[in-house]
Design a protein around this ligand. Sequence first.
Ligand code: HEM
Ligand code: HEM
Length: 182
Amino acid sequence: MPTNRYSIGAMTLHWAIAIAVIWDWRLADAAEHAPRGQHFAVLQPHFALGMVILVLTAIRLIWRWTHKAPPLGTHLANWERFLAQAVHYIFYALLLGLPLMAWIGTSMMRQPIDFFGLFTIPNLPTPDARGPGHELTDLHGTLGNIMLWLIVLHVLGALKHQFWDKDGDLYRMLPFGTPRSG
Ligand code: HEM
Ligand code: HEM
């Protein structure tokens, strides 16, 4: 496996997290139109999948610390390097921060998380504070929507490299094709 490509573990986690995030956004969006009072019940699969993303991201970060990411190609302009890396760091912060702040918020509201009907994820030991808990989950929704725009930027970047620059950078995250070396 050439060194300018991510490891199979990193690729598997990248694509699993990408699919889970898009799916989880669709689940949250579908719940937007639920009748008042049923909002949290309809959001339960969004909570559960969000907790799966939290665990996958923790594994992804441990993997990243133990398996060095391939260095970015020398053909990239400085602004491309900066933008790509900034978006990646913000992604990791949101992938950990979004579920954690929502878990704290739902705990403050004493709202349990049903894990796909299998078991209940307990509340964190937070104060019982409905109002601030609601504000925290609202902020979570806003940051979640901001993340969607960053995903658009990230995908546009990947497509620009694939079809405009034709540098094969997309293959760094895929087990086939030839990424440009160096
Ligand atoms: C939908 C949610 C997505 C998230 C949260 C996400 C997140 C990330 C993160 C954090 C990295 C940095 C990896 C590292 O160095 O540790 C990365 C790299 C990458 N992603 Fe995504 N990604 C998503 C979707 C996609 C999609 C749809 C594509 C392709 C169209 C894509 C293509 C890539 C590529 C090619 C890289 C490697 C960049 C490089 O180092 O050259 N990603 N992604
Ligand atoms: C990385 C994982 C997660 C992502 C990407 C994410 C994303 C989102 C997005 C985009 C929305 C807004 C939907 C819209 O405005 O149409 C939202 C809403 C919401 N999410 Fe998440 N979420 C995640 C994890 C979680 C978890 C683990 C919980 C619960 C513990 C949770 C609880 C909520 C709640 C309560 C709302 C509704 C907020 C409101 O009333 O405005 N989310 N989420």
